[in-house]
Design a binder for this molecule. Structure first.
Ligand SMILES: *[C@@H]1O[C@H](CO)[C@@H](O)[C@H](O)[C@H]1NC(C)=O
Ligand SMILES: *[C@@H]1O[C@H](CO)[C@@H](O)[C@H](O)[C@H]1NC(C)=O
Ligand SMILES: *[C@@H]1O[C@H](CO)[C@@H](O)[C@H](O)[C@H]1NC(C)=O
Ligand SMILES: *[C@@H]1O[C@H](CO)[C@@H](O)[C@H](O)[C@H]1NC(C)=O
Length: 244
């Protein structure tokens, strides 16, 4: 009499499913991280020159992406400016997600005014500091920022814990609109005008370094061309990535 009930799951079955769960490293603790990049104009002043320029979320340099190895990233880019835009995640291995790589007219059509695109990719087998930048025309001169990939939880970097970690990004500042610089160069066939300053974290000359580092301590920086560096007092940056 009465409704039949399913037998309770055996202890062995529970143990078995638990082991399967544990056998999937990188999936068991991976998170999905959401970011929103609003491409918008912002007035920025450097070298006593103010110009309206294309930025992400009004920031220059743009926001940091922070994730752990194994995480899935969903970055929604919304274009509020007149320029076409696309964003490239420099050094990220796009494994089966080539459509998230970002070079305009190569892996995607650019995101047009008023449109958006969600970059969806998973960070596999990489740790360290990389960067993202616009990948169309010269918009990358103002549209860029760091990507910080932490190891999986409980896994250390292969060096002593640094005293402090600060991303350091080199760039160039032009007093004029960089789209005018590249279009003039393309029209004349000559080289583009040189920039007015080199920058560190968006600030000209040594100013960026002064902002980034506390005064009076010796620092050792790990730097790799085109890849960025990971903290300091580190003997080797651990950047397992390829330039692209
Ligand atoms: C930039 O400054 C100009 C002149 O003051 C102003 O008209 C414009 O609205 C400003 N743009 C932004 C995005 O704040
Ligand atoms: C923006 O992208 C669209 C689609 O690729 C293209 O037709 C259009 O010419 C582009 N606009 C500019 C200003 O490059
Ligand atoms: C992101 O890509 C993965 C793998 O292709 C897919 O399973 C997932 O549904 C995608 N997420 C979104 C929000 O589109
Ligand atoms: C490039 O430099 C030349 C020479 O100084 C100047 O005449 C020209 O206006 C500059 N181009 C731009 C786009 O600023």
């Amino acid at each position: 009499m009465g409704a039949s009930v399913l037998p309770p799951p055996s202890f062995q079955a529970l143990l078995f499913s638990f082991s399967i769960f544990c056998l999937l490293p990188g999936h068991a603790f991976a998170a999905t991280r959401h970011y929103k990049f609003d491409i918008k104009l912002q007035n920025v002043t450097r070298l006593c020159h103010t110009k309206s320029m294309v930025t992400v979320n009004g920031k220059f340099p743009g926001p940091r992406i922070v994730a752990r190895e194994g995480d899935n990233l969903l970055i929604k880019v919304v274009n509020h400016v007149q320029n076409n835009i696309s964003i490239h995640w420099h050094g990220i291995r796009q494994l089966r997600s080539g459509w998230a790589d970002g070079p305009a007219y190569i892996t995607q059509c650019p995101i047009q005014t008023g449109h958006s695109y969600v970059y969806n990719y998973t960070i596999l087998g990489q740790r360290g500091t990389l960067w993202w930048h616009a990948h169309i025309s010269w918009l990358r001169s103002t549209v860029y920022g760091p990507i910080i990939i932490l190891p999986k939880p409980g896994i250390q970097y292969p060096f002593a814990k640094p005293y402090k970690e600060v991303p350091i990004i080199f760039g160039e500042w032009f007093n004029v609109d960089t789209e005018a610089v590249i279009s003039q160069a393309l029209q004349t066939g000559g080289g583009p005008n040189v920039s007015d300053a080199y920058t560190i974290n968006g600030l000209p000359g040594p100013l960026g370094m002064v902002h980034a580092l506390p005064f009076g301590s010796p620092y050792k920086l790990g730097v790799e061309d085109g890849l960025g560096c990971l903290g300091w007092k580190a003997s080797q940056p651990e950047v397992d990535s390829t330039t692209s």
